[in-house]
Design a protein around this ligand. Sequence first.
Ligand code: HEM
Length: 397
Amino acid sequence: MTTSVSVPSYGADIYTDQALLEPYEHYRTLRELGPAVWLEQHGAFAVSRYADVRAVLLDSDTFRSANGIALNEPANQAILGCTLASDGELHAHLRKVVAHRLTPRSLRPMRDLVTERADELVSELVARGSFDAVADLARALPLSIVPDFIGWPQEGREHLLEWAGANFDSFGPMNARAERAMPKCGEMAAFGAELVRTGNVLPGSLGAGVLEARDRGEVTTEQCMMLMLDYLAPSLDTTISAVGSAIWLFAQHPEQWDRVRADPGLVPNAVNEVVRYESPIRAFGRLAETDTEIGGVAIPAGSRVLVIYASANRDERKFERADEFDVTRRDAVQQLGFGFGEHGCAGQALARMETESLLTALARSVTRFRLAGPSERALNNLIRAFGTVPVTVETEA
Ligand code: HEM
């Protein structure tokens, strides 16, 4: 039997510019208010504590992704039936068609290419002495790897960042950012549909595999289009966010960079710590399938639930000194920034490979990152990222 406790509520809009810039005090308040808190401005229950976020993510029978991912109806309708926004057997099937291409084992042949590109990029930037850690570093590697991997043709690549950013903005509440994003999401969907219609994808790529699955009758043409965008849309901004945040954090915490340099074996843990500390994806939603409860708070069927990964990752109930950035933290691996359970990030092995390769290459030559001007955030409803982080680097030589 579950005991129902009263439902705390929170009146602030957690998607204003100011809240997106400084979200962590809002998250702390939400965690203190209770396991599930009614967000008056957004018509959803916020789940912000680590244990509850993990429990909700694990219970995908009760907390459904179809019609649940975004905080607004038009976005939920637009993505209905893609991997991210499907449940049960359909989700398992869609994931099976593609995700096997992204396991650490399948990506092994990519490792040399990613390492080589990361090494080349880093030596060029280090030789320059100063650069923008977002435009020149964080964006450059994923853009040189991911579109080829997915099989996106050369034409249309100039829109990818704009479309991917719009896709994430559209998942927030229907604020001005989401409204502006909608037409761009339409352009991206139309481009994806055209790719499927013409079959204009690079041979041997993930996209080509999706088309072959359609030809074998495993997925419909409509699902094919969804699958192309499923993997393209989250593959850039997320990794770009992690790399940009990493450099910004290491510039502020030189002693943490010294630790990585002293023991490059720490790089994978450092990536987990960056994703814990500055979670690239703030939150995704779910829809309660039945009457249920979260930590004793009654959640009626049909309620929208906002699962805040970025808050779970700063929960002092779970992580000691949660607001400290510490690359040696033993439990960094338990961060939830890549999600968890059935919908856990399908592309995380690739994201980790890219981020680890860049940090490893940098650790070989850079002794210090120094901020060379004001860093600016790129405001997005879902992605927490910098738009620019100008740095100068010092090297041993
Ligand atoms: C640092 C980089 C990344 C972060 C932090 C991240 C984060 C996430 C999170 C939090 C989810 C969970 C969604 C949910 O709970 O509903 C997710 C799902 C997903 N991610 Fe990532 N992601 C990253 C990189 C990538 C990359 C590079 C790709 C593709 C190449 C990718 C593809 C996907 C896909 C397809 C899903 C949906 C999985 C499903 O619903 O079964 N992600 N990601």
